[in-house]
Ligand binder design. Structure first.
Ligand code: GLN
Length: 191
């Protein structure tokens, strides 16, 4: 059975586990490197990217995560998870580390105070109906490398992108019963 890991040191882990289980796959919270070995694909949840990166470093997960993502494991990052996948971060904390792999520059807390948190319907490449997207102190993508496909935009900036095995959204598909983004991840995972 396909096993999808959810980075579980911090963030909205439960919502992702729930969405994945509803799609009929085995979903596993990941806190240590040995658990990562069991995964066919991975989700990096929303949360606080600086804390997630620090905990990943402390629990010796950061390097194994980098290796697996570089090695082609399918991965979905939502919100803070998108920041963790970015090769370059703007408005990060000093010395903020990432897993990287996504050839993009991502700006943290990009939508500013007025629209700090908001919901909207987005056209999403490859999906017939719009995606209802919940943004919570979300990042946006400021610049992408040539290999990055933009799947959705908001406020004139990419908010969903894909590059090979990496899928990332600024918003939280896991919080409102939207499962089509997770399905895209499953389509990328070996069966
Ligand atoms: N602002 C958070 C960060 O920088 C992300 C917010 C979220 O994941 N909802 O990590």
């Amino acid at each position: 059975m396909t096993t999808i890991g959810v980075f579980a040191l911090q963030g909205d882990v439960r919502e992702h586990l729930h969405t994945l289980e509803s799609l009929g796959v085995r979903a596993l919270g990941i806190r240590r490197p040995s658990e990562l070995d069991d995964c066919d694909a991975l989700v990096l949840p929303g949360g606080e990217s600086t804390t997630m990166a620090k905990l990943a470093r402390t629990f010796e997960l950061l390097e194994p995560l980098r290796e697996r993502v570089r090695g082609g494991m399918p991965v979905l990052g939502t919100c803070a998870g998108m920041i963790l996948l970015a090769d370059r971060v703007l408005d990060g904390a000093e010395g903020q580390e990432t897993i990287g792999g996504l050839d993009a520059t991502v700006r943290r807390n990009a939508f500013g105070r007025q629209v700090d948190s908001f919901e909207t319907d987005l056209d999403f490449a490859g999906l017939d109906d719009p995606v209802h997207a919940v943004f919570i102190r979300a990042p946006w993508v400021e610049e992408v490398g040539p290999g990055v496909e933009v799947l959705a935009t908001a406020h004139d900036h990419p908010v969903a992108v894909r590059q090979g095995n990496i899928l990332a959204t600024s918003f939280h598909p896991e919080v409102n019963g939207e499962d089509r983004v997770h399905r895209l991840l499953l389509d990328m995972a070996p069966r």
